[in-house]
Design a protein around this ligand. Structure first.
Ligand SMILES: Nc1ncnc2c1ncn2[C@@H]1O[C@H](COP(=O)(O)OP(=O)(O)OP(=O)(O)O)[C@@H](O)[C@H]1O
Length: 259
């Protein structure tokens, strides 16, 4: 296959003082995949997402997005590249002083891509994509349920019609019903928009429902990168604990029951 990976990480080294978080980490993510990134607390999952989108630069190694180095090209090229991905951070991270519509419009305004009238239409369109109503645009973040906060944050991540969506713990803090609804939403958006998705999650239910491949971050690198069935056969201690502990077992049993 000659297609260029959407994300290509080579020999990534990340250090915070004497804390070496990644040491020679490499991984390629192909177009259309949903990759679940798992690893212990503090293993560097969020730090890796931050490198992928260029918020931080690793101490060593290279990050390529859509076949281009993150620092490559003119300012114009970099802005164009930024429009090709959307991010949903761990806490949903809406701006509390802005209403829902302003939150969703924020990336569009920042890049100056629409007039006020177009913005209103685009906000309504993005709300519909996450199964919310145009009236919800006037609500303030404090008035939203946890599931709605995630939906609005997702609508904002989709604002610029990205090809790549990065989700950091998208279902954390949601009850099982809301979590399942969010998973269905991501699955249908993935299908309809042809997105590539990178998903950090501790939740085996979410992962089992979505991931085309599971990347396991342990010992400062990716120790396994394979479909779930194959991952489960790996006897790495972290993998065994993560999937075959009590929570993992019951999630996998639920998945088998749903098939
Ligand atoms: N800006 C920073 N300054 C210093 N240390 C940092 C910084 N960001 C992350 N770290 C450290 O790097 C390590 C990896 O952090 P990171 O947040 O990427 O882990 P994670 O795998 O996402 O964890 P969790 O699952 O708990 O969210 C941790 O030891 C963390 O303390």
């Amino acid at each position: 296959m000659s297609a260029v990976p959407v994300v290509s990480l080579r020999g990534i080294v990340t250090r915070f003082g004497s804390n070496v978080v990644h040491d020679g980490l490499s991984m390629d993510i192909e177009a259309g995949e949903i990759v679940a990134l798992v690893g212990g607390s503090g293993s560097g999952k969020t730090a890796l997402l931050r490198h992928i989108i260029g918020l931080t630069q690793p101490a060593g190694g290279t990050v390529r997005l859509f076949g281009e180095g993150l620092r490559e090209g003119s300012v114009h090229d970099r802005i164009a590249r930024q429009r090709r991905f959307g991010v949903l951070f761990q806490q949903g991270a809406l701006f509390s002083a802005f209403d829902v519509g302003e939150n969703i419009a924020f990336p569009l305004k920042e890049l100056g891509v629409a007039t006020e009238g177009e913005l209103r239409d685009l906000v309504a369109l993005k709300l519909a994509m996450v199964e919310m109503e145009p009236e919800h645009a006037a609500l303030m973040p404090a008035e939203l349920s946890g599931g709605m906060v995630k939906r609005v944050a997702l609508a904002r991540a989709l604002a610029l019609e990205p090809e790549l969506l990065l989700l950091d713990e998208p279902t954390a803090g949601l009850d099982p019903d809301r979590s399942a609804a969010f998973v269905r939403l991501i699955r249908s958006l993935h299908r309809e928009l042809g997105l590539t998705v990178v998903l950090v999650t501790h939740d085996v239910d979410t992962l089992a429902a979505l991931a085309t491949r599971v990347a396991v971050l342990a010992e400062r690198r990716i120790v396994s990168f394979a479909p779930l069935e194959e991952t489960l056969k790996n006897d790495h201690p972290f993998i065994q604990r993560f999937f075959l502990g009590e929570h993992g077992r019951s999630a996998l049993a639920r998945r088998d029951g749903n098939h």
